[in-house]
Design a protein around this ligand. Structure first.
Ligand SMILES: [Zn+2]
Length: 269
C-alpha cells in the first residue's frame, strides 16, 4: 500500500490510497492470501464466479488469517445472476447467490460484494433499473438484519445488452446507498473505444463506496469478448487520472495473469 499525500486541484492536502491486487488466489484461497501478501500486494478478490462453494468455516479461517495480513478482500458473486429476469424464480436464485456471497464475504472480512446485476432483455432500461433497484434494496434489508459488514457493488458491464453503464450505477448508488465496481476494461468494450479515464475519475470521485477492476480487453461491436493481458501504458494513464482527481480506490487485476499484471501495476504506482 502506498499513501500519497498531495494537493488536489482545489489545493487541499489529502491522503490518497491506491491498492492493487489480483482476481482470484490461484486455487487455494487460504494459502493464496498469504502468497499475495508475501508478493507485496494489497488486495484480492475472491472469485465465486461458478457458484458459492466455500464453506462458512473456511471463510472464517480466511478472515482470521487476514486480520494479520491486512489485505483488502472483496468477493465476486457468481456470473449466473439476472435481477431483471422475466422468470421470478431466476430473480430469487440470483438474490440467493448474491446473499450467499455476502455471508462468506462477511466472515472473510470483505467489504465489497461485486456482481453483474442484470440483462435488459425485453424490458426497457427504466424497467430494468427499477427491478435492479428493488432487488438491491431487498438484499440490503437482509444484510442489515444479519448485521453483515458488506456493501453490494454492482459492476459496470462490458456489453450494451447488460445493465450497468457508469451513469446508471452512479444513480443507483445515490438512490440506494449501494457501492459501485467500476471495470475500466468493460467500459472500453461497452463503448468500443478507450475509455476516458480522467472523465471516469471525475465521475467516481464523490462515490462513497467504490472499487475497481482493470485488465486488457478484446471486444467486438457487441461488446466484451475476452479479458487479455494488461497494457501497462493504459494502466499508467489510469493511475495518473486517479491520482490527479485524488481517488482512493482498490484496483483488482482481472487479466489472464492477474498476479503478474497486478505486480506490474504496483510497480507503476
Ligand atoms: Zn470485472
Amino acid at each position: 500500500m502506498k499513501n500519497t499525500k498531495y494537493k488536489n486541484k482545489a489545493g487541499h492536502s489529502i491522503i490518497m490510497v491506491i491498492r492493487i491486487g489480483p482476481a482470484g488466489t490461484g486455487g487455494d484461497s487460504l494459502k493464496g492470501i498469504h502468497m499475495i501478501k508475501e508478493a507485496g500486494l494489497d488486495a484480492v478478490e475472491i472469485e465465486f464466479v461458478r457458484g458459492v462453494k466455500m464453506s462458512n468455516e473456511l471463510a472464517k479461517k480466511i478472515g482470521e488469517d487476514n486480520r494479520k495480513l491486512g489485505l483488502v478482500i472483496s468477493v465476486h458473486a457468481p456470473y449466473y445472476i439476472n435481477l431483471a429476469s422475466e422468470e421470478k424464480p431466476k430473480i430469487e436464485a440470483s438474490k440467493r447467490r448474491i446473499l450467499d456471497s455476502c455471508e462468506r464475504g462477511h466472515y472473510m472480512g470483505a467489504k465489497f460484494i461485486v456482481f453483474h446485476a442484470a440483462y435488459y432483455g425485453k424490458t426497457t432500461k427504466e424497467e430494468c433499473y427499477k427491478m435492479v433497484k428493488d432487488a438491491v434494496e431487498e438484499m440490503q434489508e437482509k444484510i442489515r438484519q444479519k448485521k453483515w459488514g458488506v456493501v453490494l457493488c454492482p459492476e459496470t458491464t462490458g456489453k450494451a445488452s447488460q445493465f450497468g453503464d457508469l451513469n446508471e450505477l452512479i444513480i443507483l448508488s445515490k438512490e440506494t446507498g449501494c457501492g459501485i465496481c467500476i471495470d475500466f476494461a468493460h467500459l472500453e468494450a461497452r463503448y468500443s473505444k478507450e475509455y476516458d479515464y480522467a472523465d471516469a475519475a471525475k465521475k467516481i470521485r464523490n462515490v462513497k463506496n467504490i472499487t475497481a477492476h482493470f485488465s486488457g480487453i478484446e471486444y467486438t461491436a457487441k461488446g466484451e469478448r475476452n479479458h487479455i493481458l494488461t497494457q501497462m501504458s493504459k494502466a499508467k494513464k489510469l493511475i495518473d487520472a486517479l491520482k490527479k482527481e485524488g481517488v482512493s480506490i482498490t484496483i483488482i487485476n482481472e487479466s489472464p495473469d492477474p498476479m503478474g499484471d497486478a505486480l506490474k501495476m504496483k510497480k507503476l504506482l
